[in-house]
Design a binder for this molecule. Structure first.
Ligand code: FE
Ligand code: CA
Length: 540
């Protein structure tokens, strides 16, 4: 993408100088009449965090940007270098344009969008009334500053015959552990859509392992200003910025957007739930402020935010994006005296794991999902969610089996309910995508029917963008105890690349050469197909 030369001198009128910084923000004093105001003048690029599009529907999408001329401002009163409300601050009206060509000549829509001071001057523009099933380009403008030109698509109308959709899925991008070459190579593929499956940021600061680069503030994010700056730092990464400009996205989160291995109001560090919910509210708000999610659905209410939603692309494929953190049951045997941390493997000494009332998604989201899946008429039904779903039995020294408590292995009754629903409702071609475990997996998701394992759905788990992989030997030694695990590899970083056609879905596991190399190359590690009407992994 272009570099941004816009650096404008301060001038007299309407300018605000943040104390102790060289930044400016300035704005039309009121939103009304802003069209007639001269635009703000900026001494630094207000669009340093780039642009993003998300949540394509048949008639539109959500467009995002955030004004941040000083992206990592350390003054909590001027997030991104922009003043809060008051005599000098407030909402800012900026211009946007949507075109049908990459040079932005054929403008089909233009107007004003509001950068809301209450949400760190982020813009969440819900665009409607566009044509279905086509590509658009967009940009924002403020004064003499132009944003990146981004690409978005509208979905084909419901039921429209649709031959193909190409998308990528990514997860676990710890800035400190490497460069975002996975994002760059995915952008180079020009996918129609990108699914972010969680751990988009990491809240903690690495203090046990060597790092490649640093979280700028050097402390764990626990408050709104710190979460904001974490997102801002990630968005200044050129590879991530370009990926967002290249394709619209669907978002969900995992734990590190708030805290490692949290579950609902239950903190890994056993914080008081009321205090933890305050932290969660700050974290969710910062997530909202930085993502192209639909404000009419996703704007947070205190510590609650609705991330889950379903998106359909003609008659071909739908994506149910799920929230596996906000409503999940407390991790089994949480706080047991022998446990220093919430997340551990649990075994037969923890019967709570098997409790039928435990839910990963929460009752409301589970009911919503089953209803949407039962009514779905698309040929492929993708579930985009955060963690490994397949059973993974971990043989212990005494030949008993233990299970990871933080993924679906900690919620086996919920997994069985979901797979039973997929089976009983004859949901067409269910494919589950996940992340979290920093390794590639290709799995047959099975139910025991009449004592016989029957494959109900197919699962692909993407490796991390940068985060260190789980120990290869430990996991690999246990694959033989789990014959439904068809492929496992934790020694590479990368992403998943999927080509959905009517008759088959092809999934490539793409591996980058070296996470420490900002110019890393990419290769295809493995290619799998799922045939229409035949659940389960096939090696291409
Ligand atoms: Fe992770
Ligand atoms: Ca995680």
């Amino acid at each position: 993408m272009s570099a941004f030369p816009h650096t404008f001198p301060l001038t007299r009128r309407g300018f605000f100088r943040a104390a102790g910084t060289a930044i400016v923000a300035t704005v039309a004093p009121a939103l009304t009449g802003c069209a007639s105001q001269p635009g703000p003048r900026w001494r630094a690029d207000p669009f340093a965090l780039g642009v993003a599009a998300g949540e394509p529907t048949p008639d539109g999408f959500v467009l995002w940007t955030r004004l941040a001329p000083d992206p990592l401002s350390s003054d909590p009163d001027t997030p991104g270098g922009m003043p809060h409300r008051g005599t000098t601050g407030g909402d800012v009206a900026i211009d946007y344009e949507i075109a049908t060509d990459p040079a932005m000549r054929a403008i089909v829509r233009s107007g004003h969008a509001i950068a809301e001071a209450d949400y760190a001057h982020s813009v969440h523009l819900e665009v409607r009334g566009l044509e279905p099933g086509r590509r658009y380009w967009y940009r924002f403008r403020s004064g003499e500053a132009d944003s990146d030109i981004g690409q978005a698509i509208t979905a084909p109308a419901a039921g429209t015959p649709t031959d193909r959709l190409r998308f990528g899925f990514v997860s676990c991008a710890n800035y400190e552990h490497g460069y975002f070459s996975a994002y760059r190579h995915l952008a180079d593929e020009s996918p129609d859509l990108v699914l972010f499956l969680g751990d988009y940021i990491y809240e903690f600061v690495e203090d046990r392992r060597p790092t490649v680069r640093k979280h700028s503030d050097g402390i764990e994010a626990k408050t709104l200003p710190l979460y904001r700056n974490r997102y801002a730092q990630y968005r200044t990464d050129p590879d991530l910025r370009r990926l967002h400009a290249t394709a619209p996205c669907l978002m969900t989160w995992d734990d590190h957007e708030v805290q490692n291995d949290y579950a609902d109001r239950w903190s890994q560090t056993f914080d008081d739930p009321t205090a933890f919910l305050r932290r969660r509210a700050d974290a969710y708000r910062a997530f909202y402020e930085h993502m192209p999610v639909r404000p009419s659905r996703a704007r947070p209410q205190g510590a609650s935010m609705r991330v889950y939603e379903r998106f359909a692309f003609g008659d071909l494929v739908s994506f149910a994006m799920l929230d596996g953190r906000q409503w999940r049951a407390r991790e089994s045997c949480y706080g047991a005296p022998d446990r220093g941390r919430a997340h551990l493997t649990v075994d037969a000494t923890c019967p709570e794991r098997l409790d039928a009332t435990r839910s990963m998604l929460g009752d409301q989201q589970e009911a919503w999902l089953y209803d949407r899946l039962a009514k779905s008429t698309t040929r492929w039904n993708v579930l985009g969610q955060d963690v490994l779903m397949a059973e993974f039995r971990q043989r212990q020294k005494d030949d008993t089996f233990a299970f990871w408590s933080d993924d679906w292995n900690g919620y086996p009754a919920a997994r069985e309910r979901l797979l039973t629903h997929l089976h009983d409702s004859r949901v067409a071609n269910p494919v589950v995508l996940g992340g979290d475990i920093h390794s590639f997996w290709a799995n047959d998701l099975q139910l025991s029917i009449g004592a016989r394992p029957v494959t109900i759905a197919t699962e692909f788990v993407g490796t991390s963008v940068t985060s260190p992989g789980v120990p290869f030997d430990y996991f690999n030694d246990r694959i033989a105890d789990n014959p439904h695990i068809r492929f496992f590899e934790s020694r590479v970083r990368g992403y998943g690349s999927v080509d959905v056609a009517r008759g088959r879905m092809t999934t490539k596991f793409r591996a980058i050469s070296d996470v420490r190399d900002p110019n890393a190359g990419v290769t295809t590690l493995k290619t799998f197909v799922v045939e229409d009407g035949k659940p389960g992994v096939q090696v291409a």
